[in-house]
Ligand binder design. Structure first.
Ligand SMILES: [Fe+2]
Ligand SMILES: [Fe+2]
Length: 276
């Protein structure tokens, strides 16, 4: 990932009081352009969902400061322990003296209690966190799309699901919010680089999220999406189920050949970029 050019992070309000901070990056190789989004829920106790990678922190911090003073940030939340989800956590904690890390209970015990410079505030499955006039609800989503410690958040006033790596779209992510198709582009991205764990209960996890009836899906990579979130989550579950037999039963292709395994150069490029 090239950060030498100091990419400009753009800010767009994608639901009332919810701001998408988008930074395009150039990864090179077969991936080309990629992008990282964080979402700010502006309220009395502002919450940032995802920190961005450590190397993008100066740009993302400058972007957040266009919406609120950085030192007002109260919560820094994230889905699971990866560099783009929480790599800049300690940078945010240093910039915002009252900010607390917020994550699931597994992440707190396994990683964040040690990695973070201040103790995390773990949320139990179904637990809500009040931010002032609005609140967020935590959903444990173990191994969906990946990570034992994974979870997602719903902002309940606008029914915005902070859906993390679900529906990851490649490219620069320069359309902030769309009502068009994101399942197709995200499945096209997943085809050569399947970032799902394909755990046995994936469909049940997605159905539970569907039952929350989100009106906006705040994707971490690519455009946010507005529409019938329940229908789109169920469509994703069907696509995953359709491809699962290949993942579980077909002979595994060697790296660099077509199939469900990531070609080695792609996997290497994205590991270096801390993607998805
Ligand atoms: Fe991830
Ligand atoms: Fe990600």
């Amino acid at each position: 990932m090239s950060t030498a050019a100091h990419p400009r992070t753009r800010v767009d309000e994608i639901a009332a009081g919810i701001y998408r901070l988008n930074t395009p990056v150039e990864i090179g190789g077969p991936v080309g352009h990629f992008n990282f989004n964080q979402y700010l829920v502006a309220d009395d106790a502002p919450l940032l969902f995802h920190t961005g990678p450590r190397r993008l922190f100066p740009s993302v911090r400058e972007a957040l400061a266009r919406v609120i003073p950085v030192e007002r940030l109260r919560y820094v939340a994230f889905s699971h322990t990866e560099a783009d989800e929480c790599g800049a956590l300690n940078d945010w904690l240093a910039a915002a003296p009252r900010a607390e890390p917020v994550c699931g209970q597994v992440a707190a015990i396994v990683s964040i209690g040690d990695l973070a410079d201040r103790p995390p505030r773990p949320l139990a499955d179904g637990e809500s966190l009040t931010l002032g006039t609005r609140s967020v609800r935590w959903y444990d989503t173990p191994h969906v799309p990946h990570g034992w410690d994974a979870g997602l958040m719903l902002e309940t006033t606008t029914a915005t699901l902070l859906c993390g790596d679900l529906f990851t779209q490649g490219g620069k992510g320069d359309v902030p919010l769309t009502q068009g198709d994101i399942l197709g582009p995200s499945e096209a991205f997943r085809a050569p680089l399947d970032y799902f764990a394909h755990a046995p209960h994936t469909a049940q996890v997605l159905e539970r999220l569907a039952q929350a009836r989100p009106a906006t899906l705040a994707c971490m990579h690519g455009s946010a999406w507005q529409g019938d979130g329940a229908a789109l989550l169920r469509a994703l579950a069907l696509r995953l189920a359709a491809t699962a037999p290949e993942a579980h039963h077909a002979p595994q292709p060697k790296a660099g050949t077509s199939g469900t395994a990531a070609p080695a150069p792609v996997a290497g490029a994205l590991t270096g970029a801390a993607a998805a």
